[in-house]
Write a protein that binds this ligand. Structure first.
Ligand code: NOJ
Length: 548
């Protein structure tokens, strides 16, 4: 078993625009993050994944970058960034930068040049095609609605944009593009960052003419080259965002030979509450058995040959307590249960800002209060297709990305203590009930529960390295599993419903000692574990020592 620091770490994602505003302009900023490092240290995390802070016209909140080596004015300066790295370092917190290199902004100097003429030396940095029969080269669509091709009047060609038309795709076939990207990565590595989260990295090997987007034939060649020319041998954490990975592909990315990445994000579990073959907006209820199957397949599939990331949330996803928990009567219990389930698994856990407080989805009445380009474009498209306003809003309430982007709820003062000005997006009205200040001093809070889970991980190698096994496979209410490392075993039991449920072991587990490491209810530590009457959303994590 190869040990590395990132297997033992917990990562916390900061979405800077919504985290903490230090200068009273309604927008979170880098100084605001530095101010909150002690809060993060208190929680016990080791790494911050920082969503993009680079120069950007903000068509897609920073995922449209116009200068990779400069900082967005809204967020501060390069000095602020260096200060954040320094202050993070002092506290043993590393910073992962978000690497967005499938595309740039159309305001990046490369694209401004490329657009000037077909002969421009930057033209081939992007993907240009002639019209076919006076129309788009093919029917590829953008993730943000409509065609993925945008016509450029002046040159009479189309350019490719798999996201908004202000996010033209880079041409990774071009060796110069690759080497400019590697130079930029080394610029950040030299500043002392802890690694990279790689935005939609699976798309860089695309062949648009054959409509191959994810997992193109040269993808792994490029990643190996990137590894060699930048972070390889430097002991950094690298995590690739991949929506189309199978376990076999994941093994290639995260193979312990270190030739590619530390790990990937895979989204199989995240897709389970959408209708198959349809869009994320087309909802269907989650079946617990599907979730058990999906997560367990990845746990066992990568055992010994790769490494999992563990997450429920990020800036693109709805809040987990609203999605698969119960954000009303059992908000606290279900948030803790979901945390137990995830943090007991094998892999590196990621916490998205506010998840540690049990922050919930939001329901703004007016569409004007929504800011996300994806939701706004979808609204227009579905309205034209005849969906009703109410139907579309229900989809946005369940799946819209702004659910995760409302400001961090720090305290019960106006705007949840996020800003002294009007925030760029409205605060979730439940901030008086749900905020960090009230949770820090409450030993039963969700915050303190996450803190304890992180401590348990640090103190128990079985949490990091133990082998996973699903138990009670067919039980539709309880998600339970064990993790085994030498003579230690972890037993994790989670009631996924708002009803009582009986946990009954099929086969007795032999053990010498038993310790209840954590539970979200008061539980009798001496209660036998063979059968347990679980209360709504009850979860327990036991450590057992077993005979060798
Ligand atoms: C994935 C990012 O997480 C998302 O926020 C962004 O819109 C797209 N990639 C495009 O960069």
């Amino acid at each position: 078993m190869k040990k590395t620091w990132w297997k033992e770490s917990v990562v916390y994602q900061v979405y800077p625009r919504s985290f903490n505003d230090s200068n009273g302009d309604g927008i979170g900023d880098i100084k605001g993050i530095t101010e909150k490092l002690d809060y993060l240290k208190e929680l016990g995390i080791d790494v911050i994944w920082l969503s993009p802070v680079y120069k950007s016209p903000n068509d897609d909140n920073g995922y449209d970058i116009s200068d990779y080596e400069d900082i967005m004015d809204d967020f501060g300066t390069m000095e602020d960034m260096e200060e954040l790295l320094k202050e993070g370092n002092k506290r043993g917190i590393k910073i992962l930068m978000d690497l967005v290199v499938n595309h740039t902004s159309d305001e990046h100097k490369w694209f401004i040049e490329a657009k000037k003429s077909k002969e421009n030396q930057y033209r081939d940095y992007y993907v240009w095609r002639d019209p076919v029969n006076g129309r788009e080269p093919n029917d590829l669509t953008s993730a943000f609605s409509g065609s993925a091709w945008e016509y450029d009047e002046e040159s009479g060609q189309y350019y490719l944009h798999l996201f908004s038309k202000k996010q033209p795709d880079l041409n990774w076939e071009n060796e110069e593009v690759r080497s400019r990207v590697y130079d930029m990565m080394n610029f950040w590595i030299d500043k002392g960052i802890g690694g990279f989260r790689m935005d939609v990295i699976e798309l860089i090997g695309k062949i648009p003419d054959e409509k191959i987007m994810s997992n193109g034939p040269k993808l792994h060649e490029y990643i190996k080259e990137m590894n060699k020319k930048t972070f390889g041998g430097k002991d950094l954490l690298t995590v690739g965002e991949t929506w189309g990975s199978t376990i076999e592909i994941a093994k290639q990315y995260s193979n312990p030979d270190d030739s590619e990445l530390s790990m990937i994000f895979q989204f199989e579990h995240i897709l389970l509450d959408q209708q198959p073959g349809k869009e994320k907006w087309d909802l269907k209820p989650l079946e617990l058995l599907d979730l058990k199957k999906a997560l367990s397949r990845w746990q066992t599939g990568l055992e010994g040959t790769g490494w999992n990331s563990l997450f429920w949330n990020n800036h693109d996803l709805p809040r987990i307590v609203s999605r698969w928990g119960n954000d009303k009567e059992y908000r606290v219990e279900s948030a803790k249960m979901l945390a137990t389930l995830l943090h007991g698994m094998k892999g590196t856990p990621y916490i998205y800002q506010g998840e540690e407080l049990g922050m919930t989805n939001v329901r703004f009445e007016s569409l004007d209060d929504y800011k996300d380009i994806e939701s706004l474009n979808m609204y227009k498209e579905r309205k034209e297709k005849g969906y009703t306003h109410e139907e579309i809003m229900e989809s946005i309430y369940s799946k819209g990305r702004d659910n995760a982007r409302t400001p961090m709820q720090w305290n019960e003062s106006e705007n949840a203590g996020f800003t002294s000005a009007e925030p760029w997006i409205k605060v979730n009205p439940n901030y008086k009930e749900i905020n960090a200040e009230s949770q820090l001093n409450d030993e039963n809070s969700i915050f303190n529960y996450y803190k304890k889970l992180i401590k348990i991980r640090k103190a128990n190698p079985v949490v990091v390295h133990g082998e996973y096994k699903l138990i009670l496979e067919e039980n539709k209410e309880i998600f339970a599993y064990t993790r085994t490392l030498e003579n230690e075993k972890l037993l994790v039991v989670c009631n996924f419903t708002e009803n009582k449920a009986k946990f009954a072991l099929k086969e007795q587990i032999e053990f010498k000692t038993k310790e209840l490491l954590i539970s979200n209810y008061d539980a009798d530590v001496n209660e036998p574990i063979g059968t347990i009457d679980l209360r709504p959303y009850e979860s327990r994590m036991y450590k057992l020592t077993v005979h060798c």
